[in-house]
Design a protein around this ligand. Structure first.
Ligand code: TXA
Ligand code: MG
Length: 322
């Protein structure tokens, strides 16, 4: 069984020995290894059963260190880093060679992040190398925002889970890259809202799906965030009529379902999207553990963090298509 604890020195010793360790971040838990050691990075892919064409984010404790791994840093990247690091922002920049090709899946760009979680920052400062870390779940399954979620998904496959409590943001980082003219491009909506980014840039930013998010083999990444039973996303009254049989559980935004007897998880009784974001993956893990025949979920308002919440719900749903 995998040990869970709060001993960052133990985590550091394991990482220095080339092992993988699950670490807390403010977005989701990560599965970390030395980003400059290809053998260590390989263990991440093995533990997660992740396809090697999907690259990993590199985590460092300070902005200056992040930019040390980049060949060039556009002005807009400096401004975004100053505004949002440490925090739920990842910047895609042209990489220097010290970063293993396995980390970037052969790409000449590296994804860099300075995380805000205090325990994770303490660990990073203890180490002489950056940490590559994807979310600490089996590839394709629900992201972890608690140590217990990691335990359920990776028990016995990794030596240690560093427990830093519940992730405060609850959604993976927002990923921003730059086009040939150094203009920022949004590659993944996440824990930092597009509006907040636009406010710093002074102009709008458009979403572009990155190649790694597209299925290389048809349907390969469709199962992202997938629970074990079908999740239907839409108007709850309509869905209840469409799927009347079997055991149903519901994930709702701020109001209970019309039939409150149905087991349900309310994402944010006060109706705020920050709370909904923080609870989203816990709600999906809960729904998945109810031995239900189906999960019904409704979208949240499509603004601010709502974009990323709805994106994850769509990817978790059976009707999701690229
Ligand atoms: O909040 C987060 O970003 C969390 C925590 C642990 O930091 N990490 C995370 O990692 O969500 P992961 O591997 O589940 O998602 C990272 C995404 C993937 O879609 C991957 O394709 C993309 O980032 N990515 C990483 N490096 C890239 C690169 N060099 N070029 C293009 N996309 C990259
Ligand atoms: Mg992931």
């Amino acid at each position: 069984m995998t040990e869970t604890g709060t001993d960052f020195r133990k985590a550091a010793a394991l990482l220095e020995a080339g092992k993988v360790v699950a670490v807390p971040t403010e977005t989701v838990y990560g599965l970390a290894a030395n980003a400059t050691d290809a053998d260590a990075v390989l263990k991440i892919f093995e533990a997660k059963q992740r396809p090697q064409f999907n690259p990993l984010i590199v985590h460092v404790p300070e902005t200056a260190q992040a930019f040390d791994y980049a060949l060039a840093v556009p002005d807009a990247a400096h401004r975004l880093a100053a505004a949002f690091w440490p925090g739920p922002l990842t910047l895609l920049l042209p990489k220097k060679n010290v970063i293993s090709d396995l980390v970037t899946a052969g790409s000449d760009r590296v994804a860099l992040r300075v995380p805000a979680h205090p325990l994770f920052r303490t660990l990073l400062k203890q180490l002489s190398f950056p940490l590559a870390a994807p979310s600490a779940n089996r590839s394709g399954s629900i992201s972890p925002t608690r140590a217990s979620h990691v335990q359920q998904s990776l028990d016995g496959r990794i030596p240690y889970i560093l427990d830093g409590g519940e992730s405060a943001v609850g959604l993976e980082s927002t990923i921003v890259g730059f086009d040939a003219a150094d203009q920022p491009v949004l590659y993944r909506v996440g824990g930092l809202s597009p509006e907040a980014i636009e406010a710093v840039l002074g102009h709008s930013i458009s979403l572009q799906h990155q190649p790694a998010e597209h299925p290389v083999a048809p349907g390969q990444l469709r199962v992202h965030y997938a629970p074990d039973v079908p999740l239907y996303l839409g108007d709850l009254n309509f869905l209840s009529q469409q799927h009347p049989s079997g055991k149903t559980v519901i994930i709702c935004f701020r109001n209970p379902p019309v039939d409150p007897i149905i087991p349900h998880f309310m994402l944010a009784p006060e109706g705020d999207l920050e709370t909904a974001a923080k609870n989203l993956f816990t709600a999906l893990h809960w729904a998945n553990s109810q031995a239900a025949d189906q999960i019904l979920a409704e979208p949240v308002p499509e603004t601010g963090l709502g974009l990323a919440i709805n994106d994850r719900l769509r990817r978790a749903s059976v009707n999701y298509e690229f």
